[in-house]
Design a protein around this ligand. Sequence first.
Ligand SMILES: O=C1O[C@H](COP(=O)(O)O)[C@@H](O)[C@H](O)[C@H]1O
Length: 239
Amino acid sequence: MSTETKKFADPAAVASGFAADFADWFATQGQEKITIALSGGSTPKLLFELWGNEYAEKIDWSRIHFFWGDERCVDPDDSDSNYGVAKALFLDKVQIPAENVHRVLGEADPDEERLRYENEIYGHVDIDDNAVPEFDLIILGMGTDGHTASIFPHQSQFLKSPQVCEVAIHPETAQKRITLTGPVLNRGKKVAFLITGADKADVLAQVIKKEGDSDNFPASHVEATDLTFYLDEAVAANL
Ligand SMILES: O=C1O[C@H](COP(=O)(O)O)[C@@H](O)[C@H](O)[C@H]1O
């Protein structure tokens, strides 16, 4: 297992640093089809803008199949939709076949969609001996409460769920979400956290140092074999 921490001056530098590493990693991938789970929220927006502009012609996007680590149960054109954000900033700007974009149907019944999405994942992603999907790359974020994907502290049972996806509930808004579970996050062949902002510095230090309340933060339970934290100076202040 290798865990690396990379620090950058600000959120824009985090996005550029990750995008550059991503391009290098992509160049080493021999397989025709590459499976990637994207994160949502505010942090990856700068990355999506870079991919949609500077990297539009630099990557053969047609080899990539995109999935989502989590999605809010809203219409795809709702401003809360993780898919909607990626589509507007990036997917609409690059040459990628529509069939390579595997969005969670946020507008569907969550319990039915959880199962449909699991099948969609099984149709494209390698699995291990225990039928756990192994994405080539999973990009994650972390909330101020230590949640990752949509595994929140009050639903930490999803960290060990035998399912591929679960229906999560946001602790404050009660918004339903579909999330990949802990075993799937941990089986990602490569996992990258992009985390920025002073308001997450305290929690991040506990997550990385495995101190304090770290056990209660879902992000601290991601233990993939190839794990990298891309951080800005503000969030890395207490490391
Ligand atoms: O709700 C979510 O939160 C986390 C962190 O988001 P951020 O806005 O603090 O960057 C994100 O990773 C997840 O995908 C998203 O749905």
